[in-house]
Write a protein that binds this ligand. Structure first.
Ligand code: 13P
Length: 340
């Protein structure tokens, strides 16, 4: 195994206060976001949108890596360069989502399991040849009345570890993403309890399956109350609960934790990441970073709206969010930045 290379890639993904941009929406997810804005859901417009993102000047000042989707790596920019090359030339490490999305878990119709293990070894070898240096696999855990079940947590943890081990065998850094969803009216305490259980189970499986912790990145949810919960805890309470949970469950050997945004507003995601770094930076064994999708892209997508003439303004919005999160990683973000 190329352990040295894995470790150096994983470190580079969370170095210099930069974060990872998730632009790996599957076609159905990307189409859903386009549909909300009345943007036609075509391969060409998905390509145009992704070109707008990767050609944003200065993105590399705050973004270390970008997660692409399979469709995108087979498309080209208008000047016929490949998306992978453009990122590499800008000093951004290219990665790719390799999971196949979620389906109902057999016998547990309210819960999800992630598909995509078939032929994964061959796909990873192909991706490595194309220059992709990291991958992402997302598992989804839903909080409800009697869920998550132990079965669902274990099945997803086992799959995440199988995926991670295969990636490392191919010399690719796995981003391990067990996402506890924000949907529901559960409390922050319930999110804490479930996330802690999930993370313990995931790291147990990673250990059993021989995954090198120094050569992976964890992409978890923050510890937050459900979107419909009456009590919405403060930014500092979320920061404290999140760090407390991670300290209990994430081994110090992991180089970086890069949060997903999960449906938080862009400003709140930045503020919460910032609060964690204000309160705990330099006291933690791992880098606390971001791998946001919506919380970086949404304002830019709203402005772009499928129209070429909005590209420059959309890029400004994208650049701005990336810079806000660069600041949040250093505990230097504040709401004044939103007025700039
Ligand atoms: P969000 O930040 O929009 O949750 O996306 C992150 C991601 O990659 C989900 O898999």
């Amino acid at each position: 195994m190329k352990t040295k290379e894995l470790i150096s890639t994983a470190k580079a993904m969370v170095a210099n206060h930069k974060g990872i941009l998730a632009m790996d929406e599957s076609n159905p997810t990307c189409n859903k976001r386009f549909a909300k804005l009345g943007i036609p859901q075509t391969p060409e417009l998905r390509r145009d949108y992704r070109e707008m993102i990767v050609s944003t000047a200065g993105l590399n000042e705050s973004i270390s890596g970008a997660i692409l989707f399979d469709e995108t790596i087979h498309q080209q920019l208008k000047d016929e360069s490949s998306f992978i090359d453009v990122l590499i030339n800008n000093g951004i490490i290219p990665g790719i989502k390799v999971d196949g999305g979620t389906v109902a878990l057999a016998g547990h119709p309210e819960e999800k399991i992630t598909e995509g293990m078939d032929n994964l070894r061959n796909r990873l070898n192909e991706y490595a040849k194309m220059g992709l240096r990291f991958t992402k696999w997302r598992a989804v855990i839903i909080i409800g009345n009697d869920i998550p079940s132990q079965t669902c947590i274990e099945a997803n943890a086992h799959t995440l570890a199988r995926y991670a081990a295969l990636c490392q065998e191919a010399g690719i850094v796995p981003i391990v993403e067990p996402e506890v969803l924000m949907d529901g009216d559960h409390t922050m305490e319930r999110c804490f309890e479930v996330t802690e259980q999930v993370l313990h189970t995931v790291f147990n499986q990673l250990y059993k399956q021989g995954v090198v912790l120094e050569g992976m990145i964890l992409k978890p949810n923050m510890i937050v109350p459900g979107l419909a919960c009456k009590k919405q805890d403060s930014i500092d309470e979320v920061a404290d609960a999140t760090v407390k949970c991670l300290l209990r469950a994430v081994p110090a050997a992991v180089p970086g934790i890069a949060f997903l945004s999960g449906g938080q507003s862009p400003e709140l995601a930045s503020a919460r990441l910032n609060a964690m770094n204000v309160r705990f930076k330099n006291k933690l064994p791992w880098e606390l970073s971001f791998s946001f999708g919506r919380a970086i892209q949404q304002p830019a997508l709203d402005i772009w709206n499928g129209n070429e003439k909005n590209v420059t303004e959309a890029q400004k919005a994208l650049y701005h969010r990336a810079v806000c999160n660069l600041a949040a990683r250093q505990g230097e973000y504040n709401s004044e930045m939103e007025k700039e």
